[in-house]
Ligand binder design. Structure first.
Ligand code: NDP
Length: 450
């Protein structure tokens, strides 16, 4: 008789939990998973996937406008939000089904309901107890809302995915990934958009040039940026919402979306009571093998607040399954993780920013270019693309690639391979350009920035 009901009990069927469970099954482990909401977690339901579908929807407005310079006459344009929402919901439901099917076909036992950890080897779901050799906490994160008065009238990004209708205007609080993405989604769908951000530039953590260029490009498109500004109060008025700022200004808007970070979903699930240490942000504290302070309880993904990105959670999930059931413990590398902000224009980056490189390396070479994309010579759109390389002057190794412009994510993914291989500037230069593309600029920059 086995000592426990399962070898692994995973809490949370998001990207990380599902992948870890399937890999563990591949090792022959007896695996169960609990999920209290839809399968697929944040990425599938209220994150990457529906967001990208909305981004595609928003991009049409510029495409229609840009087509005139190429000889097209486009007729009356109208966007029907309800159609987009219904189609998005249908696609997400399809993906929920795929995730569930993948788990069932792999032989993972599924429990639908909220899981609570009772002791290091016992989990309860809907009052029923299950024992397991290992517990994997993959319970994700949820939007963190700021504390200003009237915040209950504001939406989180979770709500934004299910809006019944779009008002004429939106005010977005925050300056991170979600703020930039939803601002340009709403703008592309025809809304007047204001971003209120407490710092002097958006996208803290990205290269400073990228932050400046994005701000300029957003303003060129007609988005209003209220930087170094804080919301002090929000009130409902007859026409919508009134936002009070710390400089005394008031702004009236149709909706307020707070995109002010995400917090681990770890409260009230018995973790601390079981001895699992959480940090001040309620993230599970883990070592490089994703092991918590209770040796047989591991945690991966957003709930550990390391890097809140789906592919990172998936990589952590695979490594944890290898560690538990494979030949040797395995940790993942957090170096050169590419990331993209699917705003319009988009942002892509991999490796070190100039600021980070200057702290770490004695001398750094910088290469930058900013140009008008070929497409806009005929469309007439006032838009530039920006690219930057950060290079270690001594070894000539490329340390960072940064971009603002169309398809930045698609371009940066390829460059991330080069950085992981330790490519030098000379190897970038020796690569034949693919003409005419924007990406070729990454291999044709010769002039060091002063
Ligand atoms: P981010 O951490 O990216 O940004 C949060 C923003 O809100 C920051 O600009 C922050 O300012 C500001 N902020 C935080 N607290 C307050 C407050 N109390 N009042 C006013 N402003 C505040 O979080 P997001 O919510 O945008 O996204 C969460 C995470 O999800 C991201 O960090 C990312 O890891 C992931 N994500 C990834 C995406 C992608 O890969 N494309 C897309 C969406 C999300 P400050 O800079 O001063 O801290």
């Amino acid at each position: 008789m086995a000592r426990y009901d399962f070898d692994l009990f995973t809490i949370g069927a998001g990207s990380g939990g599902v992948r870890a469970s399937r890999i563990a099954r591949g090792y022959g482990a007896r695996v169960a998973i609990a999920e209290e909401r839809q399968f697929g977690g944040t990425c599938v339901n209220v994150g990457c996937i529906p967001k990208k579908l909305f981004v595609y929807a928003a991009e049409f407005s510029e495409a229609f406008a840009d087509s005139a310079g190429f000889g097209w006459t486009v007729g009356e344009r109208r966007h029907d939000w309800k159609t987009l929402l219904a189609n998005k919901n249908r696609e997400i439901a399809r993906l929920n089904g795929i995730y569930e099917r993948l788990l069932r076909e792999a032989g993972v036992e599924i429990f639908q309901g909220r899981a609570v950890v009772l002791d290091p080897h016992t989990v309860a779901v809907n009052g029923r107890r299950h024992t397991a050799e290992h517990i994997l906490v993959a319970c994700g994160s949820r939007p963190a809302m700021p504390g200003f008065a009237g915040v209950e009238h504001a939406l989180s990004s979770d709500d934004a995915f299910f809006l019944e209708e779009l008002p004429a205007s939106a005010l977005i609080v925050g300056g991170g990934y979600i703020a930039a993405e939803f601002a340009t989604i709403f703008h592309g769908l025809g809304m007047r958009v204001t971003i209120v951000h407490r710092r002097g530039a958006m996208l803290r953590g990205f290269d400073d040039d990228v932050r400046t260029v994005l701000g300029e490009e957003l303003q060129k498109r007609g988005l209003e940026l209220r930087l170094s500004a804080t919301v002090t109060r929000l009130e409902r008025i007859a026409s919508g919402l009134r936002v009070h700022l710390d400089d005394g200004a008031t702004l009236d808007t149709g909706l307020v979306l707070c995109a002010t970070g995400r917090q681990p979903n770890t409260r009230a699930m018995g973790l601390e009571e079981t001895g699992v240490r959480l940090d001040a942000d309620a993230a599970v504290v883990v070592d490089k093998y994703s092991r918590s302070s209770v040796p047989n309880i591991h945690a991966i993904g957003d709930c550990t607040n390391r890097v809140m990105l789906t592919p990172v959670a998936i990589a952590e999930g695979m490594a944890v399954a290898d560690t538990m059931f494979g030949p040797a413990p395995r940790a993942i590398s957090y170096e050169n993780i590419p990331s993209a902000v699917f705003s319009h224009p988009s942002v892509g980056a991999v490796g070190l920013t100039e600021e980070q490189a200057r702290l770490k390396y004695a001398e750094v070479d910088i290469y930058k270019t900013r140009f008008r994309p070929l497409k806009h010579t005929l469309s007439g759109r006032d838009e530039t693309t920006f690219m930057k390389l950060v290079v270690d002057a001594r070894t000539q190794r490329v340390l960072g690639c940064h971009m603002v412009g169309a398809e930045a994510g698609e371009i940066i993914q390829g460059l991330a391979i080069a950085l992981n291989c330790g490519a030098t500037k000379a190897q970038f230069d020796a690569t034949i350009a693919l003409h005419p593309t924007a990406a070729e600029e990454f291999v044709t920059m010769r002039q060091k920035a002063a």
